[in-house]
Every structure is written in C-alpha cells, then in structure tokens.
Design a protein around this ligand. Structure first.
Ligand SMILES: Nc1ncnc2c1ncn2[C@@H]1O[C@H](COP(=O)(O)OP(=O)(O)O)[C@@H](O)[C@H]1O
Ligand SMILES: O=C(O)c1ccc[n+]([C@@H]2O[C@H](COP(=O)([O-])O)[C@@H](O)[C@H]2O)c1
Ligand SMILES: [Mg+2]
Length: 201
C-alpha cells in the first residue's frame, strides 16, 4: 500500500522540522523536498519591484519534482534504496498489499500546481501569522540571503496570493497551527497518520 502525504504551508511554518521527525517514525518512509527543485539563481526572474521572484511557482522545476514523485510511485522499494532509506525486511516476506510505503512531499507551494493536486492521499498545511513568520524568517539563512525588504515586498504578498488560490480550489486540506509546540504538532500528525494507515490495511 502506497500513501503520499503533503506537508505544505507558509515559509518558516515548521514544515521541514515536522517532516524530519515524521520520516524517522513512519514505516518505509521517503521524502521529496520542494526546496531541492529551485531553479538556479540566473533563471529566477527579477520583477518590476527589483526583487528576484523566488516565491512564485515558476521559480521551481515542478516537472522534475512531479517526475521524482512518479519514480517513487513506480517502485518505492527501489526509490528507498537509492535514497539510502532502509526498507523493513519484515514487510518483504508478508502479503505485498500489507506492505506500507509512505512518501512525504514537503514544501511551500504544494497545492498550487495542477499536476500535483491529485497525487496526495492526505494534505496538511501549516499556518502561522504574519508577525511570527517575519520574525522566524529574519533569522533564516537561505543559499541566497534575503535582500532587505524582501519579506514585505515579495514573500508575504506571494504567500497571500497563493494561499487564496489554494483555498479557492476547495481541496481537502487539514490546517495545522504552527504556533503550537514542535512536539504537539508532531504528535497530532503522527497519530492521525498512524490511525489512517491502520484503517487502510
Ligand atoms: N512549532 C514550532 N515552534 C517554534 N518554532 C518552530 C516550530 N517549528 C519550527 N520552528 C522553527 O522555525 C524555523 C523554521 O522551521 P522550518 O521547519 O525550517 O520551517 P519551514 O520548512 O516551514 O520553512 C526554524 O528556526 C525552526 O526551528
Ligand atoms: O533554497 C534556495 O535555494 C532558496 C533560495 C532563495 C530563496 N529561498 C526561499 O525558500 C523559501 C521556501 O522554503 P521554506 O523552507 O522557507 O518553506 C521561499 O520563501 C524562498 O524565498 C530558497
Ligand atoms: Mg523548509
């Protein structure tokens, strides 16, 4: 049984923190990080506002991301092995239908790209308010550092635009309060996934 989980949400909401904990505790669990699909800096458009437009969907090679997910779906065992994820030997001998393979797809624009919308079995979205987001972002070190004014001039407005677009699409999304503690968020999501997996088997 294959199960694909989206951990989406605003920048600095805690997506990667949550994902890193989940992959340690879920069975045969692989991960795809959307951040790994940013195009090189010289391909990122500079807007009329003077900022490089990192926070738009076209700054990411979404086709490559979809192909990576397809690669997992075609052969999760091969994918796991080639990504250094140990496949539990106990499951290999039993009924293949009962073999669980989980993929977590994690990123800030998971629910705004049509070819991806159908692939998730479960969609989570971590939200935090503007002030907290701005505060957390100010201490982050990206490969390309934020120029002054980027958060208010580009990051937050794009976040609002895409979030509105996502809400209009009426996907079934479970919202998570990113202001809760790391432990609380992890426990909530882990319990939810465990229950779903048990029910599906
Ligand atoms: N629940 C939380 N409460 C407070 N700070 C958090 C929480 N989760 C993550 N953080 C912190 O917020 C920052 C962004 O977390 P990260 O997981 O990298 O977010 P994202 O991947 O969504 O951008 C990091 O400094 C991280 O330690
Ligand atoms: O990873 C990179 O190469 C990179 C380069 C420039 C900017 N980013 C920022 O990465 C953010 C998304 O990642 P995250 O973990 O904050 O959700 C997004 O808001 C971008 O502005 C990321
Ligand atoms: Mg992240």
């Amino acid at each position: 049984m294959k199960y694909i989980i989206g951990i989406g949400g605003v920048t600095n909401g805690g997506k990667t923190t949550l994902t890193n904990r989940l992959i340690k505790s879920l069975p045969n669990c692989c991960v795809v990080h959307q951040d790994d699909f940013f195009k090189p800096q010289d391909q990122i458009e500079v807007g009329e506002d003077g900022f490089r437009q990192w926070d738009v969907i076209t700054s990411l090679d979404m086709e490559a991301m979809v192909n990576t997910i397809k690669g997992w779906a075609e052969n999760p065992v091969k994918f796991a092995r080639s990504h250094g994820v140990a496949v539990s030997p106990a499951t290999e001998a039993s009924d293949p239908e009962k073999e669980i393979h989980v993929l977590i797809v994690e990123g800030f624009l998971l629910y705004n790209y049509k070819p991806l919308l159908e692939v998730y079995d479960k969609c989570y979205y971590i939200a935090i308010p503007y002030d907290e987001c701005k505060k957390r972002r100010s201490t982050r070190n990206y490969t390309v550092p934020d120029p002054p004014g980027l958060f208010d001039g580009h990051v937050w407005p794009m976040h609002l635009k895409y979030r509105m677009e996502m809400e209009k699409s009426r996907m079934a999304i479970e919202y998570l309060d990113g202001l809760k503690s790391r432990d609380d968020i992890y426990n909530q999501v882990h319990e939810d996934i465990q229950n779903t997996l048990l029910n599906r088997l």
